[in-house]
Design a protein around this ligand. Sequence first.
Ligand code: PLP
Length: 268
Amino acid sequence: MLANYSKKFFLNNLSTKSYFSNQLLARVMSTTVNAAAEREKTVVENLKDVLKTVEEFKTHPSARLVAVSKYMPAEDISYAMKTGQIHFGESYAAELEEKSKNLPSNIAWHFIGHLQTNKCKIVAKIPNLFAVETIESEKKADALNKACVNVGRKDKLRVYVQINTSGEESKSGCEPEETYKVCKHIKENCPALELYGLMTIGMKDRDAANNPDFKKIVELKEDIKSRLELDHFEASFGMSGDYIEALKLGSDNVRVGSAIFGPRRIKQ
Ligand SMILES: *Cc1c(COP(=O)(O)O)cnc(C)c1O
């Protein structure tokens, strides 16, 4: 895609800017094509490694990898799809909206960023949105439920309740003690939503093997699953630095970005 775009750009400019010798044009184009091929190779190799690792360490047969593509160009997602990957995670409503319009409709998108009430409609409109992983209150659940109804969404939208397991002020999510109440509210009062699981980010640089955030979310998952008598209820945790430990501790959904796409230019 990048290569095509560049080709068009250079060809369009060729007529007006005759100082572009054909030889120079050929060199510039082949550099662009090589860079794209190189990038594709990197993304595909990284992703294959991560997929293999997920297979090796997952404890639940259905555990899945979400490739977190925020800030990365649409081309990167196209490359990643060559491995068969279809679950991708995005953190910004506008970026997700844009990408979802330009990329194949078989992608299963996960919204994993902070969801502002005024952005609920944008995400609810995306037909191939698999889940919103960041519902932190009854109020937000109501807003998203209403948005789904208003845009005439066909199927129920899966949601995870985000928990602030580490108690850090900078982190979003509901308090662990409120989690049951928020989940119960969704199950009983939000018919356009499907209560699908819990999610946490957790504190940076925890002792990965004994991560208290991971233990907390697993404990809450088991407790709420049985109290609300849910057939299917997941725990989404684990990122590039700790997804192996997360899988070992029972994560159903790991969200891995930089291990696949490399460092992001803008720090979150
Ligand atoms: C960015 C992000 C990730 C991926 O982080 P990496 O460390 O790059 O794997 C996972 N989850 C959430 C909520 C994120 O915002």
